[in-house]
Design a protein around this ligand. Structure first.
Ligand SMILES: Nc1ncnc2c1ncn2[C@@H]1O[C@H](COP(=O)(O)OP(=O)(O)OP(=O)(O)O)[C@@H](O)[C@H]1O
Length: 475
């Protein structure tokens, strides 16, 4: 009873009212000193109630309601005032794990001396929200990268002689917590009203991240919510490792390079500034590998949309594609149908509708060009078509040479020619031949000796297992 009048505890006291009689409360309120605002309010209400001829019980209820309301209002406006003052003296930048900038900040934090000395740290093998290592697949997989990061909670650290406090929050949502993509947020604050120091921090973090990726090709995949997620990065694959007719390679690369510097040419003629390539043909013939190499050569990232992504709709697809500023790789479903709700017209819109991104290169890869709707690959959407076939003998020879670089020139020429002569033209994919050579790593002579029996054992058709080393782009 005695605590009812105390400021700040009216709420809980009110909850226990059922166990008290109304008279007791009335007494308590009326015996509060005048200096107590609730007492003053109580008295005022009692006076008004008396004038209005309201009964005692109703007066008590009215008093409590008015006092409760007054304190709730004070609390609300108090919070509002604190927020207002905070905005005047503190500047804060927030990062959300659904955005790529989150990875920049984690990477920056990982390199910050504070992360090496804090006693509260979390260990992670990934600094991307998708959970994949951003350092790519060339690292020794027995020893994945390790990142030491400040643990969830509040941390104080210095940046450019300024004190920052960082709050790392994990999602409380249990559903999100079990997925790899659980939501996390980082808020970085400092005193002052100028955003300069935090903006500089973001730019520094971004630069560090980009520098690390300079020699790598980064792949982003679409999630079902219209966001791009960085899925992996891998060392740039040199074009020289792609064994296709040299004139084809040169033609495609110079076409893409010319496109990237021709924005004005396109705008002068009112032509949408986009370029589309269709790479079609047998599985394992190098279509995906070529896209990787081309992106590496041009210094572009790869953005992949899998149309079998269940969450994808026309809207999210449109949003994603209007957001792409580099290469966009799309393993298509010929008719645009899938388990999601992307329609064929939605797909066409995403490719070259009004909102479609300018300055991008679209690469479609398919094993079945004949199943594609002609509208999807009409000129303007697809400008260059390239057919990838099973390996010619010339390709087999070149693949062998590249696979065993340690041979002398004469050995290399003789062995590669013998090897190629034993491979039937256009029967095996490059992936099959690569698979055979992988089984003879460092054993070029044995590879040549055993290739005949390998070919013979597959005379009724190429090996069924076409597993390639390349991760599919639409993973
Ligand atoms: N022309 C090629 N030159 C060099 N390597 C190749 C070539 N074609 C295939 N390979 C090798 O075979 C593997 C599979 O190639 P890739 O995934 O690029 O083929 P793909 O045509 O995209 O196949 P799919 O249509 O099944 O996706 C890769 O490891 C790649 O290194």
């Amino acid at each position: 009873m005695s605590f009812i009048g105390r400021r700040g505890i009216i709420g809980p006291a009110y909850l226990s009212l059922g166990t008290q009689n109304s008279y007791g409360y009335s007494r308590s309120l009326s015996t509060l000193p005048d200096s107590e605002p609730s007492g003053t309010i109580g008295k005022l209400v009692a006076i008004v109630a008396e004038r209005l001829g309201v009964g005692e019980m109703a007066t008590n209820g009215l008093q409590l309601a008015v006092i409760g309301g007054a304190l709730a209002g004070a609390r609300y406006f108090g919070g509002f005032l604190v927020d207002f003052l905070k905005k005047r003296v503190v500047v804060t930048a927030s990062f959300d794990s659904r955005d790529e900038s989150y990875s920049w900040v984690l990477n920056w934090l990982n390199e910050h001396p504070y992360s090496q000395r804090t006693t509260q740290f979390s260990v992670s093998t990934s600094i991307t929200s998708s959970g994949s290592s951003s350092l790519g697949e060339d690292r020794d997989k027995r020893f994945p990268p390790v990142y030491f990061l400040p643990a969830p909670g509040i941390h104080l650290l210095m940046y450019n002689n300024r004190l920052l406090w960082l709050n790392r929050e994990l999602s409380q949502n249990s559903a999100a917590a079990v997925t790899k993509s659980s939501l996390e947020r980082i808020h970085i604050s400092t005193f002052g009203r100028s955003r300069d120091v935090l903006q500089q921090l973001v730019l520094d973090a971004q630069q560090k991240f980009i520098d690390r990726d300079l020699s790598r090709t980064v792949v982003f995949a679409a999630d079902g919510y219209g966001n791009w997620r960085r899925t992996r990065s891998r060392p740039k694959r040199p074009l020289s490792t792609i064994v296709i007719p040299p004139c084809l390679k040169t033609q495609l690369v110079s076409d893409a390079k010319e496109f990237l510097v021709s924005e004005k040419w396109y705008s002068d003629r009112g032509i949408p500034y986009r370029r589309g390539y269709l790479l079609y043909g047998t599985p394992g013939s190098g279509k995906t590998s070529f896209v990787y190499s081309l992106a590496g050569e041009l210094g572009l990232n790869i953005y992949v949309v899998s149309l079998s992504n269940k969450g994808l709709t026309d809207d999210t697809l449109g949003e994603l594609v209007s957001d792409v500023d580099a290469a966009f790789v799309h393993r298509n479903r010929a008719d645009g149908s899938g388990t999601n709700s992307v329609t064929f017209s939605g797909l066409l819109n995403a490719i070259d509708g009004v909102a479609a991104q300018e300055g991008r290169i679209l690469c479609m890869t398919t094993n079945h060009k004949e199943k594609l709707d002609p509208a999807l690959i009409r000129p303007g959407r697809i400008d260059v078509r390239v057919h990838f076939e099973n390996a010619t003998q010339e390709q087999a020879r070149e693949l062998f040479t590249k696979f065993y670089p340690g041979l002398t020139e004469t050995e290399s020429r003789e062995l590669s020619e013998t090897f190629a002569a034993r491979i039937p033209n256009l029967k095996f994919s490059m992936a099959h031949l690569q698979g055979f050579l992988m089984g003879h790593k460092g054993l070029p002579i044995r590879a040549v000796d055993e290739v005949d029996s390998w070919v013979e054992s597959h005379k009724d058709g190429p090996p069924k297992d076409t597993s390639s080393e390349n991760e599919p782009l639409d993973a």
